[in-house]
Ligand binder design. Structure first.
Ligand SMILES: [Zn+2]
Ligand SMILES: [Zn+2]
Length: 309
């Protein structure tokens, strides 16, 4: 009788699940299993960039704080936005020029966010695209373009800058787990890159509803922590033993754990077992849900819900 959630992949294919299915009878889908593959593209790029360090091609769009003359004598580690300064020509260098030019183009022209190498798509259906970005310390993303409103939820303590295309890099801003950044597109798209100037990886989930509704839902499930024309965000801070008010999601939503936590969910007629979730675990729910959220553990927890309008 306790059927587990299935990861929904094609909302609104399942319009009306029984209420008992709306209680998590298993942990949220893990996003960490994907992490082992995600650095492959980065490693390839780094390989090219190491080669670029031996070849003096000016890089278009270089807008970071480092100017050519300010660079150190030798690189201490790969960095995709490091300038090009050392010159060492060998036959092998020339053989690799075409590949290096491809790599250079890749790192300077904006790419759709879904093609940005560090943005890993962890869920995509008709309603929403969720991407997981892990940006190592000192690195920048490529310039990339968002074409949907976006809710970004930070999962790490670090410091980042933001730089829009053809504009200066912003001052560093701290980020901590549970920080919410709502981006409402003013135009058809938004192009930027992010630079992690902190000491630990910038770990963030980008949640992009694919549709901005003409008539948004008026049903609000609780205090709104942030919103765009496409989504509302609820943030539940749960002390050990605490339970949120019972509330109803009339629209599909993503439930995301910011902390490790023993989470219980209950509907008016069903009590679920506790589930050990970890930071970054999430689940997409594509049916009307009435529930509350309880912290059955011994440490403070935070749950964020991103509800489509
Ligand atoms: Zn972005
Ligand atoms: Zn809820």
């Amino acid at each position: 009788m306790c059927e587990p959630f299935q990861q929904a992949t094609s909302w609104p294919r399942l319009p009306q699940l029984p209420t008992r299915l709306l209680l998590a009878e298993e942990a949220f889908g893990k996003i960490y299993s994907l992490r082992q593959f995600r650095h492959l593209a980065t490693q390839v790029l780094h390989g090219f960039e190491q080669l670029l360090l031996t070849f003096p091609v000016p890089r278009r769009g270089f807008g970071g704080p480092q100017a050519l003359g300010e660079l150190p004598a030798a690189p201490s580690s790969p960095n995709r936005d490091r300038g090009v300064y050392a010159m060492k020509f060998t036959p092998v260098t020339f053989l690799l020029i075409p590949a290096m030019l491809v790599a250079q183009q890749t790192s300077n022209n904006p790419v759709p966010v879904e093609e940005e190498p560090l943005h890993k798509i962890v869920l995509k259906n008709e309603a929403v695209i969720i991407m997981h970005l892990i940006l190592p310390p000192g690195e920048r993303t490529l310039f990339h373009t968002h074409t949907h409103d976006r809710i970004a939820v930070s999962l790490s303590n670090t410091s980042v800058t933001n730089q829009q295309m053809n504009e200066a890099e912003s001052a560093p801003a701290p980020t901590k787990p549970g920080d919410i950044s709502a981006l409402t597109l003013a135009d058809a798209s938004y192009t930027h890159r992010v630079h992690n100037v902190g000491k630990v990886p910038f770990d963030v989930l980008d949640i992009e509803p694919t549709v901005r509704p003409v008539t948004p839902s008026a049903d609000v499930a609780g205090p709104v922590a942030a919103e765009t024309p496409s989504a509302r965000v609820y943030s539940w801070f749960l002390a050990p033993g605490a339970t949120s008010p019972m509330h109803t999601h009339t629209r599909p939503y993503i439930i995301l754990s910011i902390t490790a936590m023993n989470l219980k969910m209950a509907s008016p007629d069903v009590q679920s077992a506790g589930h050990e979730v970890v930071a970054g675990d999430f689940k997409f729910i594509d049916a009307k849900t009435t529930h509350n959220l309880s912290n059955a553990g011994t440490t403070p927890g935070q749950i964020i819900e991103v509800e489509l309008k």
